[in-house]
Write a protein of this length. Structure first.
Length: 51
């Protein structure tokens, strides 16, 4: 799993990229101590094998 850190003028975001992220979502939330007010989940069944 890769974590891309995005910094904007007003906020900071982490983007998680990898295989089987949905099943690891609970672990990611606990590890990062994240409280989500808004979120976006994008799932693509066909993705390049590079990731």
């Amino acid at each position: 799993m890769k974590v891309l850190k995005i910094n904007t003028k007003s906020k900071n975001y982490n983007i998680y990229v990898g295989h089987n992220i949905i099943s690891k979502l609970n672990l990611i939330l606990k590890k990062g101590k994240l409280i989500l007010k808004k979120n976006l989940i994008v799932v693509e069944k066909i993705s390049p094998k590079v990731l």
